[in-house]
Design a protein around this ligand. Structure first.
Ligand SMILES: [Zn+2]
Length: 277
């Protein structure tokens, strides 16, 4: 699933491609469930003629600000990604939504797993208002991370994945941050001490910034991994220390990396470096 670095990379690419500023002349929906809380017909009617005035990210949502006070929020979920295509290019079977732009380009939403969702809203608060802080924001200090984690008697892995606690982390960057901070995914938020919180704070920001510099993590060549515009792959795989490195030596202590299930999620740890609090 695309996480903060992948979604930000896609947002940057959409802005670079000047989708911001374009007018959406019409829309076509081929998989009705992609449009949340609204019929495809109502969605197409509502979005036609609206100009995209800004594109940005909050947590794992892409937000298209539209004229008339509307916002299109897109969550890529497992496998959603965008293409820019010419109108004469034949639609492929996984392209579920087509936005026809006024400059004779089409923004196509491809989603083999079909979990991606479009939310057309006039008020973003019901969706974005419940999200936790942005970990790369200046205001996200170690003190704030402590305020997020210390009241919660939950294991760190599910805690860091919870978007209402911290926004933007998923399975890859959570595993990487916990390894960097030498913390076990079973450790409880409420039992962390301040040096560990500071270390986790540094680690979260470090792995996310590395992911951004590498323009996201693309794993393998399947249809469900991350691609930005133009099918461009992210290069962060080369920087992963534990994620999908099961059986390979830890880069700090040479102990083989183990894969465990924590909170129903596949989790990669070094059993030697990462201690339970
Ligand atoms: Zn180790």
């Amino acid at each position: 699933m695309p996480e903060l670095p992948e979604v930000q990379t896609l947002v940057d690419d959409l802005n670079y491609a000047k989708v911001s500023g374009a007018v959406i002349q019409a829309a076509q929906v081929f998989w009705p469930k992609t449009i949340a809380d609204m019929s495809p017909r109502a969605f197409c009617h509502l979005i036609a003629g609206k100009q995209v005035t800004a594109i940005y990210r909050r947590a794992k949502y892409i937000i298209f600000d539209l004229t008339g006070g509307w916002h299109l929020l897109v969550h890529l979920r497992m496998s959603g990604h965008f293409h820019i295509a010419s109108p004469d290019l034949t639609r492929t079977k996984h392209q579920h939504v087509i936005l026809e732009l006024s400059d004779f380009r089409q923004l196509r939403f491809t989603d083999p797993r079909k979990f991606g969702r479009f939310f057309m809203v006039s008020d973003v608060y019901p969706i974005l208002g419940r999200l936790g802080p942005e970990p790369l924001d200046k205001k996200f200090t170690a003190h704030l991370l402590g305020l997020c984690l210390l009241p919660r008697k939950r294991m760190l892995k599910p805690l860091l994945l919870d978007q209402t606690v911290i926004a933007g982390l998923g399975n890859i960057y959570t595993d990487e941050a916990l390894w960097q901070a030498r913390l076990h995914p079973h450790a409880l938020g409420s039992e962390l001490r301040m040096p560990q919180i500071r270390s986790l704070h540094r680690a979260i920001r470090k792995v996310l910034r590395q992911g951004l510099r590498s323009k996201g993590t693309t794993l393998g060549r399947g249809q469900t991994t991350f691609y930005s515009l133009g099918e461009r792959q992210g290069q962060n795989r080369n920087h992963l220390k534990v994620f999908r490195r099961t059986g390979l030596p830890c880069l700090r202590c040479r102990t083989p990396i183990e894969r465990q299930i924590v909170g129903q999620r596949s989790t990669h740890i070094c059993p030697q470096c990462q201690i339970e609090v």
